[in-house]
Design a protein around this ligand. Structure first.
Ligand code: SF4
Length: 288
């Protein structure tokens, strides 16, 4: 449902990592001078999915696991909009997994932020697709979205941040939105956003995060190198963060540019009768 209501104070638990993401999105979009009327924030289902209620911009609370379909649709309807989708790991990597994979190859110029807390916080702390073995009886290994993202050969921007480092997060989100604005395609940022109530990982993650830019051989333009570096860190029990993929290709590779070229998109098209009459008449003539 499209919301035009004024923002309300966040309902998150004090200390929730989602506050960091909200602040970083606000700061990045303010720095980039994104006007509220040209900004759409699409929220998923889960604690983090209410983020659009706390920000004075256009907002949609999407169906569970379907926020990317709606975000891509918005971008195609009006490519001039800045479109950011934000949801949790349960929303994006369980019920939303099909849309997640396809978003990389569709490559619409939107930003998708997954606020990963390795649990279903809204429903009181069950194991999610990213939960560690042993958490709440979980016996499955965690899903690593960064490795999946790096395995899809599309010109996407890929990064991971940590709510314990809001300054870096803000810079990464700003780069991702600039990437979208230039029409270069899909930007994916997974933020490590601890759930302080059901899975408080702040201390553990602070000890384990490793900025990939500090690793020997770091090259975010080389997908194979970044996959290897990230996998090595994961296998060593560490958590790689930072920019994982930054394409060298600066072309307008976004889906909206490929489909619409320089056309404004149906939501912004001139649909006045006098403008459209020649096209209608041509259509009718073809039917006679
Ligand atoms: Fe945040 Fe967890 Fe509270 Fe949800 S339950 S608001 S994820 S701390």
């Amino acid at each position: 449902m499209v919301s035009s209501a004024k923002p309300v104070h966040p309902i998150w638990c004090p200390g929730c990592g989602d506050f960091g993401v909200l602040a970083a999105v606000k700061k990045a979009t303010l720095d980039l001078k994104v006007t509220p009327s040209d900004f759409v924030l699409v929220g998923g289902i889960g604690c983090s999915g209410s983020i659009h209620n706390f920000f004075d911009v256009n907002g949609i609370h999407a169906l569970h696991g379907r926020l990317l379909a709606q975000a891509v649709g918005i971008k195609l309807a009006n490519p001039a909009l800045t479109v950011v989708a934000a949801g949790g790991d349960g929303d994006g990597y369980a019920i939303g997994m099909g849309h997640f994979i396809h978003a990389f190859k569709k490559n619409a110029s939107i930003l998708y932020i997954v606020l990963n807390n390795e649990t279903y916080g809204l429903t009181k702390g069950q194991a999610s697709p990213t939960s560690q073995i042993g958490f709440e009886g979980n016996i499955e290994p965690p899903f690593h979205a960064i490795l999946t993202a790096l395995s899809i050969p599309a010109p996407n921007f890929i990064a991971r941040t940590f709510s314990g480092d809001p300054k870096t997060m803000t810079a990464v989100l700003a780069e991702a939105i600039r990437f979208n604005r230039d029409g270069r395609g899909f930007a994916f940022v997974e933020d490590l956003s601890p759930c302080v109530t059901y899975n408080d990982t702040y201390k553990l993650w602070r000890e384990k995060v490793v900025d990939v830019a500090t690793l020997p051989g770091y090259d975010p333009t080389d997908r194979k190198t970044m996959f290897r570096l990230c996998l090595e860190q994961i296998e060593a029990g560490r958590i790689p963060v930072g920019v994982m993929h930054r394409p060298t290709d600066s072309a307008r590779n976004g889906l909206e540019a490929k489909l619409l070229g320089d056309q404004p998109g149906p939501a912004a098209a001139d649909i006045r009768l006098e403008t459209q009459r020649p096209a209608y008449e041509k259509l009718l003539a073809g039917l006679s």
